[in-house]
Design a protein around this ligand. Sequence first.
Ligand SMILES: [Zn+2]
Length: 204
Amino acid sequence: MDPINKLTEYFKEFPGIGERQAKRFVYFLLHKNPSYVKELGDKILDLKNTIHQCPSCFLFFQSQQDQLCDVCSNPKTDKTSLLIVEKDADYENIKRSKNYNGMYFILGGLVPIVTKETPSYVRTKELIHNIETQAKKEALKEVIIALSLNPQGEHTDMYLREILSPSEKKYNFNIVSLGRGLSTGTELEYSDSETIKNALRNRS
Ligand SMILES: [Zn+2]
């Protein structure tokens, strides 16, 4: 395969990028001067060298490997509450709204409705481990499932309630959802502070 098609294949793996767009990226790079392309390459490598995931909530942030993030390491964080979000952008948005002071967990994706298998990027095992660790260590009182209100989000909500049910009984915490405080089709990533505040207030 020639370099144009080879690079096109790489861009096609990006979320929402098809063959035509991928090829446009390649030609865009061909028109740029070599220093731009070199810097872009360096920036991508930098990303992998300087950004790591918090081992507790799985947030990507600038850190050493295995370093806890600001929220997980802060003694002022409310350790009795854990909020589950789909992705980093949802986490950022809820944190920015300043309406929640507890712990977070980033699931990594939603559970598809059609396939029986849970994809590996959805961190269900890690979630159970995290919850059990928190429940043993601190008095975990509440797990808030905060997923966007669309069919896949609702399916994932139900799925999480099912797999967390044994831990819920064993450690005596409540599982609640933000879903009922949001209107249909709400994407958490794009919700304003007021919507998030109301959704948190109306969790059930
Ligand atoms: Zn963390």
